[in-house]
Design a protein around this ligand. Structure first.
Ligand code: ATP
Ligand code: MG
Length: 434
C-alpha cells in the first residue's frame, strides 16, 4: 500500500487547506446568489459525443486531453469542462422552457490529460456560470462583472481583464480565408496538429501552445478587422457597458480561447503572479451552442474559473482566506472516573454546538496540555478526583490565564456557553461572533 501514490496531476486537499476551499466556495455561492445565479450539479461523466460536438473536434481538449473510459459496452468521457454538461442538462430538463434568462452556476471537478505543472492539473476544479436567453451586451457585462467581483472579494490584486470578439460564423468565413492565406507560406513549419487545423479551423492555430506555431502566428490577421456589423456593434456596446461599471479592460485581439463554441465576446482574467499558467478565468458568449446540441436557437454565455489557480495566486500574494483553526474548550481528565465525567461533559457541550474535545489517548496531564495548545483550545478545564468530589472545577482562559469556577452539573454546557460569549465580547475577536 505504501507504494501506491496518487495519480500524476491530481491533488489531495488536506484538512490544513480545506478550510480555504470552504471559505472560497462560500464566497462564490454568496456572490452567485447576489447576481441571481442558482446552483446546478451535473454528472462527472457524459457521452463522449457531447464534448466532441460542443468543445470541438479540432481543439486541444478533444484531440489530446480527454479521459475516455469504457465500462462494459458503453463509452463515456470525464468532463473536461462544465459548460457542455450544463447545457445538456438544461435542455434535457426543459429549463429553457422556463422564464428566461436562465442563470446557473456550478462548482465541479474537471479532467484533462495535460502535462502537469504548477497551476495545470489533470483533475482541477472550476467555478463556472452559464446564462442563457439574452443576446444583449448587458448580459456580457453582467457575467464579466460577476467574475470581477469574485476576484476583488477574495482579495486578488493585479489581475488584468482582456476582452476580444471572435465574431460569428458569418464574419469568420472571411477571416478563415485570410488566416489560410497567411499561414500558407509557413505550412511546413507548423506542428502536425496545426497543419490539420489549417483546413478545418485555422483560428485554432492562434491558440497553439507550441513556441514555433505561436511565433509564426505573431503577425497573423486579427479577427477584429473582419467583424460583421452586428458583431462589431455588440463589441462596442460591451466596451461601453464595462466602462459604465468602472471595470478596466484591455482589448486583446490574440485571445481566441481553447473551446470551439465561442462566438462574439471572449474574455480572460490573467495574473502574472503564478507564472505561465496565469489565466485564472476564461469565458465568453456561445450563441450557437444550444442550437448545435439540438435545442432551440438560444444566445448564451458564461465563464469557467480555475479554483486551484485562484488559490495559488492568493497564496503567492500572501492573502489569508481562513483564520487559524481553534477549539472552544479542551477537557483534561485525570484518572478513570474523571475520564467518564469529561467524556459526558464533552458530549453535552457538543450538543450545545460548542466545539469541545477531551482525551481519547490516555495521555498524561502534560501531554494533554500540549495537545490542547496544538489544537488552539480557547479554554481548558482540568477534572480530577477532587473536582468530581466538589462538583466544581476551574475553566481556564488560555489567552488571559483567567480562571472561572464552574459547576460540573447538568447546566455545565449552558454556563460555559455564557462564559464563552462573555469572553468573545470582552476580547478583541468580536468578528468570530458574527
Ligand atoms: P489554458 O490556456 O491555460 O490551457 P484553457 O483555455 O484550456 O486554459 P478553459 O478551458 O477556458 O481553459 O478553462 C477555464 C479555466 O479553467 C482556465 O482559465 C483555468 O483557470 C482553468 N484550467 C483549465 N485547464 C486547467 C488545468 N489543466 N489545471 C488547472 N486549471 C485549469
Ligand atoms: Mg488548456
Amino acid at each position: 500500500m505504501a507504494n501506491i501514490k496518487r495519480p500524476n496531476g491530481t491533488e489531495d486537499i488536506l484538512p490544513s487547506v480545506s478550510r480555504d476551499w470552504q471559505n472560497l466556495e462560500r464566497m462564490l455561492r454568496e456572490i452567485a446568489d447576489v447576481y441571481g445565479f442558482r446552483e446546478i450539479r451535473v454528472p462527472t461523466f457524459e457521452q463522449t459525443d457531447l464534448f466532441c460536438r460542443s468543445v470541438g473536434e479540432t481543439t486541444d481538449v478533444v484531440q489530446k486531453e480527454m479521459y475516455t473510459v469504457t465500462a462494459k459496452e458503453s463509452t463515456f468521457t470525464l468532463r473536461p469542462e462544465g459548460t457542455a454538461g450544463t447545457i445538456r442538462a438544461m435542455l434535457q430538463n426543459g429549463l429553457l422552457n422556463e422564464a428566461l434568462p436562465q442563470r446557473v452556476f456550478y462548482i465541479l471537478s474537471c479532467f484533462r490529460h495535460e502535462r502537469p505543472q504548477a497551476g495545470r492539473l489533470r483533475e482541477f476544479h472550476q467555478f463556472g456560470v452559464e446564462m442563457a436567453g439574452s443576446a444583449s451586451a448587458f448580459a456580457d457585462a453582467e457575467v464579466i462583472s460577476l467574475a470581477k467581483q469574485i476576484i476583488d472579494m477574495v482579495g486578488i490584486k493585479g489581475i488584468a481583464l482582456y476582452i476580444n470578439s471572435i465574431g460569428c460564423p458569418h464574419c469568420r468565413k472571411e477571416y478563415h480565408k485570410a488566416l489560410q492565406e497567411y499561414f500558407a507560406s509557413s505550412k511546413d513549419q507548423l506542428c502536425e496538429t496545426c497543419l490539420s487545423r489549417l483546413e478545418k479551423n485555422p483560428m485554432r492555430i492562434l491558440d497553439c501552445k507550441s513556441p514555433v506555431c505561436s511565433e509564426i502566428a505573431k503577425d497573423a490577421p486579427v479577427i477584429l478587422d473582419y467583424l460583421c456589423e452586428d458583431c462589431s456593434t455588440h463589441f462596442e456596446q460591451l466596451k461601453k457597458n464595462l466602462t459604465m461599471l468602472g471595470i478596466d479592460y484591455q482589448v486583446n485581439p490574440k485571445i481566441v480561447r481553447g473551446l470551439d463554441y465561442y462566438t462574439k465576446t471572449v474574455f480572460e482574467f490573467v495574473t502574472t503572479d503564478i507564472g505561465a499558467q496565469g489565466t485564472v478565468c476564461g469565458g465568453g458568449r456561445y450563441d450557437g451552442l444550444i442550437g448545435q446540441l439540438g435545442g432551440p436557437e438560444t444566445p448564451a454565455l458564461g465563464f469557467g474559473m480555475g479554483l486551484e489557480r485562484l488559490l495559488l495566486t492568493l497564496r503567492n500574494q500572501g492573502v489569508i482566506l481562513s483564520e487559524e483553526e481553534s477549539c472552544d474548550i479542551y477537557l483534561v481528565p485525570m484518572g478513570e472516573a474523571a475520564a467518564e465525567k469529561a467524556f459526558a461533559l464533552t458530549s453535552a457541550l457538543r450538543q450545545e454546538g460548542i466545539s469541545a474535545q477531551t482525551d481519547v489517548m490516555g495521555r498524561s496531564l502534560r501531554a494533554q496540555m500540549k495537545y490542547a495548545d496544538k489544537i488552539n483550545a480557547k479554554f481548558t478545564i482540568v477534572i480530577g478526583d477532587n473536582e468530581i468530589a466538589d462538583g466544581l472545577a476551574d475553566v481556564k482562559n488560555m489567552k488571559t490565564g483567567e480562571k472561572t469556577r464552574i459547576a460540573l452539573t447538568d447546566t455545565f454546557a449552558e454556563n460555559f456557553s455564557t462564559l464563552l460569549l462573555d469572553s468573545l465580547f470582552a476580547g478583541d475577536s468580536m468578528d468570530e461572533l458574527f
